[in-house]
Design a binder for this molecule. Sequence first.
Ligand SMILES: [Zn+2]
Length: 274
Amino acid sequence: MKNVEKNLYDDCGVLHHIINSTKNKQRKETLSRIESNILLAYNQYPTDFTALNGIKRSCCNNDDERQSLIKLYNSRAKIIKKMKKEILNKVALCPYCYYANTVDTIDHFFPKSIFPEYSIYSFNLIPCCSKCNRIKSDTLPSSGKRYIHFYVDPIPDKKWFYVKLAWNAAYDRADLDITLDSTVLGTDMKKLIMGHFDNLKLLSKYEKEMVHLISDSMESLNGERDVDRCCWHFSIRYNDEKKNYGENYYLTALFHELSTNHEFVKNMIQSVYD
Ligand SMILES: [Zn+2]
């Protein structure tokens, strides 16, 4: 899990261009009337999510204005299509779950149904998978456990996601424990990430997937029984995952553990061959 690098857009220019090219006369008039208020809302886009109680919905006085703004997002204007395509191409994995590799929707971090002024504001448009988008739905950042804003919240690059493995001889299976290092994350960031994981039920998803992968990874070793060589094979996978998805990806953490926990690998090999 890591921040998404954001392209820089001239959001004010995009807005102005799209208002000018709107063919529907009434909608064009409505949007022109509130353009300066939308620009003001862009300038005031919240980045401090701890103090959202007083957030002002700045520019929508009626349903006509709301609908005109919401419709901007589905505009067929080239400039909007291009921006959406670029945003979707920014990531290989969904930043919300760091699990799905089909990233075909864009989440409005501040839902456009509630904050229509941010319907095409690039800072508010976060690429994600359809499942995460559906679960997050119209959740507001201020309501209880909020979601991570992947452009704004500073997620440390240094390793903080750990997987610990122990061989459970009684049940002949791996016991797995995921921990997040608070010394690297700090209390607030850890709380934020845990809340985000909880909202999307990610830890149980990762655990299930890792249990499968541990048994599959034994098969991929083609009968190798030497503990050091097995760990060396796992370290290759660790480096690949780390290179592609960073230190805090659940599979990077799993293969880091498999490449360093010789005791576990020894027990796992014994359980397969003895
Ligand atoms: Zn997702």
